[in-house]
Design a protein around this ligand. Structure first.
Ligand code: GNR
Ligand code: NI
Length: 174
């Protein structure tokens, strides 16, 4: 188990498309362990492998509350099956876009097919924060970040501030 460095914008690696995993073996499980450690250490609720520089279609998530016991979820080669036409708005953040938050609309519910930690095929009916988070993570697998949904002006402002790094406040809602 190891905490890895999370890649932040602007960085071309985050724009890479991740590749499907052929087999869920020891190496992939080791990667999922490291991703979970990294995610917990950064106080995130989800992490895609590309955020630690590995272009594989693997996601880890844990949306349990602080006072609840941990409930890690692992998704290998996830595919969204049904997207609800109804959308919901959530104030999103991203460990690769640290300290910036903005409202994003996404389908309210979706079904996801994936392989779990043991390589078993599973289906998840997601709604609420779970649906928002899985869609945010699946965007990472396509090289998409939540700031891509904002106006050009807001996105440019965020990327510019992130590339400077100095004098960056803790929390900016755009
Ligand atoms: O920790 C995270 N919180 C979050 C909040 C709202 C919507 C999506 C997320 S995912 C994010 C972690 C992250 O960057 N995953 O890629
Ligand atoms: Ni993210």
């Amino acid at each position: 188990m190891a905490i890895k460095t999370i890649i932040t914008e602007p960085n071309k690696i985050l724009r890479q498309k991740s590749l499907p995993v052929n087999n869920v073996g020891k190496q992939e499980q080791q990667l999922m362990d490291d991703m979970l450690d990294t995610m917990y250490a950064a106080n995130g609720i989800g992490l895609a492998a590309i955020q630690i520089g590995v272009p594989k279609r693997i996601i880890v998530m844990d949306i349990s509350k602080k006072d609840e016991k941990n409930s890690p979820k692992y998704f290998v080669n996830p595919i969204i099956k049904n997207k609800n036409i109804e959308t919901s708005t959530y104030e999103e953040g991203c460990l690769s876009v640290p300290n910036f938050f903005a409202e994003v609309d996404r389908p309210k519910k979706c079904d996801v097919e994936y392989l779990d930690y043991d390589g078993k095929k599973k289906t998840l009916n997601a709604e609420g924060l779970l649906a928002t988070c899985i869609q945010h993570e699946m965007d990472h697998l396509e090289g998409i970040l939540f700031i891509d949904y904002l106006s050009k002006l807001k996105k440019t402002m965020i990327v510019k501030k992130l590339s400077k790094k100095k004098d960056r406040p803790d929390r900016i809602i755009v």
